[in-house]
Write a protein that binds this ligand. Structure first.
Ligand code: NAD
Ligand code: UPG
Length: 320
């Protein structure tokens, strides 16, 4: 079995590559290095530099390396950016997956793991977001991932491949400084940067219908998320081709508010974290917490790290 990891030089893909390589699964990284870093690819793992939208290049990589499965991470990932340059998001996120599935159809690859997102739940009001909810994304980014899941559902029937889409909740941390997320778009890195610069953290919304008024999210440690990919790969490698097509949430099932996150950062760093409450960001849901029964039941995966450990590991990687 050999897995092609698109976006394997990126933040999450590189963590999955590291684990799969360490346990002896053959992996090949395919990445255009638009946000990825060569330094994240372990020694001994081949790197093919190319754009996933180039179907001929994907087919060539599959044939050259005897690929039997694709982990498809390569995509654009910013919710606000997706509202500013929507066409680029459809082009790369939907177009990229069309090209991957086209290459699979050409070569007979039988397994796909797809990076999806909790962003596709939009403003769903449920206390726990479960996989079978009828969803209505409120961002282009979320919409591109929902389209991706549906595209896999329909094309897998025709082309006979198995697939798993993992809906990541709010990803935190890094195994090592080299693998950390270099984009500072999410809450915890924003807080760390504010500490470094002596700035005040802006809490975007203090009037949500939550116990302390700030937004609640399900933060998931990158180590747990990477393990979920290993479990998904092992599962697909073990079952008959074309027999699986499933969507799974990857979260802890526990929500933390922005103010609780700031408290955890204060506790871990021992530093003051001044903050001010400002207006909500447009389209921000009050709460986004994963229902995690399905992935536990089907794949035996469950998150192991709590918020404090996530913040501690993220801080260690940030400081190094
Ligand atoms: N980071 C998060 O919080 C989060 C949450 C939910 C879902 N996701 C999804 O997880 C995946 C990985 O995200 P990440 O945080 O590691 O992002 P990242 O930007 O660090 O990694 C993306 C990787 O894909 C590569 N890439 C992008 N477009 C490409 C293309 N057209 N062809 C080839 N390579 C290309 C980039 O160079 C990079 O190495 C994405 O699909 C993203 O949408 C991320
Ligand atoms: O300066 C800031 C930035 C964020 N927040 C709040 O912090 C929480 C987390 O925000 P952020 O880290 O931006 O994550 P989300 O908007 O929840 O989206 C993330 O999590 C989704 C999955 O749940 C992914 O799909 C997205 O790509 C990823 O950015 C939210 O309540 C925000 O309102 C602040 O209070 N201040």
């Amino acid at each position: 079995m050999t897995w092609l990891v698109t976006g394997g030089a990126g933040y999450i893909g590189a963590h999955a590559v590291k684990r799969l390589h360490a346990k002896g699964t053959n992996v090949v990284v395919f990445d255009d290095l638009s946000t990825g870093l060569v330094s994240r690819v372990p020694e001994g793992v081949p790197l093919v530099v190319g754009d996933v939208k180039d179907q001929a290049a994907v087919v060539a990589a599959i044939k050259e390396h005897g690929v039997t499965g694709v982990l498809h991470f390569a995509a654009r990932k910013s919710v606000p950016e997706s509202m500013k340059i929507p066409v680029e998001y459809y082009r790369d996120n939907v177009g990229g997956l069309v090209s991957i599935v086209g290459a699979i159809a050409e070569t007979g690859v039988e397994r796909v793991v797809f990076s999806s997102t909790a962003a596709l739940y939009g403003l769903a009001p449920e206390e726990f977001l479960v996989e079978d909810l009828v969803v209505d994304p409120i961002s282009v980014y979320g919409e591109t991932k929902l389209i991706g899941e549906r595209l896999l559902r329909f094309t897998s029937k025709t082309h006979g491949f198995s697939w798993i889409a993992l809906r990541y909740f709010n990803v935190v941390g890094a195994d090592s400084p080299e693998l950390r997320d270099t984009s500072v778009g999410n809450l915890i890195p924003i807080v760390f940067r504010a500490i470094d610069r002596g700035e005040t953290v802006q809490v975007t919304g203090g009037d949500f219908p939550t116990p302390d008024g700030s937004g609640i999210r399900d933060y998931i440690h990158i180590a747990d998320l990477a393990d979920a990919h290993v479990v998904a790969v092992d599962h697909l490698d073990a079952v008959a081709a074309g027999s699986v097509g499933e969507v799974y949430n990857v979260g802890t099932g526990k929500g933390s508010s922005v103010l609780e996150v700031l408290g955890a950062v204060r506790e871990v760093t021992g530093l003051p974290v001044p903050h001010e409450v400002v207006d909500r960001r447009p389209g921000d849901p009050a709460r986004g917490v994963a229902g995690v029964d399905k992935i536990r039941r089907d794949l035996g995966w469950t998150a192991r790290h709590d918020l404090r450990e996530m913040v501690a590991d993220a801080w260690a990687a940030w400081r190094a």
